[in-house]
Design a binder for this molecule. Structure first.
Ligand code: NAD
Length: 272
């Protein structure tokens, strides 16, 4: 299976390229990076600490591939959508997308199989299921979502945190935008019923921690997930890539890939 990688010189991209080079069933078809990037022209294998792969980092362009995997920035995903051939499956983990790019993803799913996920870990898919159960079982609990990431992360809150908030809102039959509170500051007054609090911590080299905290009179419930290695996202994305090839066009979720059944809420990762 020939895989093209967008953002191949990035933290995630290098893990994806390394996993492709290590996998006997996968072949690195292209390694795309930002135009003018310092690593342009470097061998993709060398960039991820492997033997030279004979594939140089180059700007996003045309390639013969069975599937594309994107972990870049919104601009990189935009370019990928310009260049990916008709019908070729796309896996993207890029977060912080604006409304126009979200619409582009929706449109492209009409013509190709697509998995766009804020988080490719199996544990997070399970956490989302548990959050949906908790939100509907405890309908009056005050819900706060806390996410923690490394100092390099560019968008906040994380796409995963937004997906969890979307799960909670959908389970309660409310519109997320009308109940979410991003942080607190100043004279906030008492907490209003039904709100979903969202808090983003940044620092160090944390791969990604997410907690859904539900507080009631007399008890609290905390549902938490911790990613201890970023390679879990790369492996999950390649699992999605293998699963997507040969599927009919459409937008699929990690629940589909993992066989966890229908999701209760649309993946909200694309909200910026
Ligand atoms: P990073 O900054 O290390 O890497 C991003 C790479 O994209 C860089 O090498 C950059 O040069 C490249 N890039 C930027 N613009 C480009 C363009 N126009 N064309 C081609 N390449 C371009 O970031 P990262 O930590 O690897 O994360 C990448 C993305 O993946 C972020 O949006 C992050 O939030 C997301 N992410 C998702 C998951 C998940 O499981 N879905 C996990 C981790 C990170």
């Amino acid at each position: 299976m020939r895989v093209a990688v967008v953002g191949a010189a990035g933290r995630m991209g290098r893990l994806v390229v390394g996993a492709i080079l290590d996998a006997p069933d996968l072949h690195l078809a292209a390694a795309f990076g930002r135009e003018g990037a310092a690593a342009s022209g470097s061998d993709a294998g060398t960039l991820c600490g492997r033997a030279p792969a004979g594939v140089s980092l180059r700007p996003v362009g045309d390639v013969v591939a069975d599937v594309w995997v994107d972990f870049s920035l919104p601009a990189g995903l935009d370019l990928a959508l310009n260049h990916i051939r008709p019908g070729v499956p796309l896996v993207t983990g890029t977060t912080g997308l604006d409304a126009r790019l979200r619409d582009r993803l929706d449109a492209t799913a009409a013509t190709r199989p697509l998995v766009a996920a804020a988080n490719f870990s199996t544990g997070v898919a399970l956490l989302r299921s548990l959050a949906r159960i908790a939100a509907s079982t405890l309908p009056s609990a005050d819900v706060e979502i806390i996410e923690t990431h490394h100092r390099h992360k560019r968008d906040a809150p994380s796409g995963t945190a937004l997906a969890l908030a979307s799960d909670v809102a959908a389970s309660r039959g409310v519109d997320l935008a009308s109940v979410i509170d991003h942080g607190r500051h100043g004279e906030t007054g008492p907490r209003a019923e039904g709100r979903i609090g969202m808090h983003a911590l940044r620092g160090g080299d944390i791969n990604g921690d997410h907690t859904v905290w539900l507080a009631m009179d007399g008890e609290t419930v905390s549902l938490s997930h911790r990613a201890t290695a970023r390679s879990t996202f790369a492996m999950g994305a390649l699992r999605a890539a293998r699963w997507l090839v040969g599927r009919p066009p459409g937008r699929y979720t990690m629940d589909d890939v993992l066989g966890l059944g229908a999701v209760g809420a649309e993946d909200a990762f694309t909200r910026s």
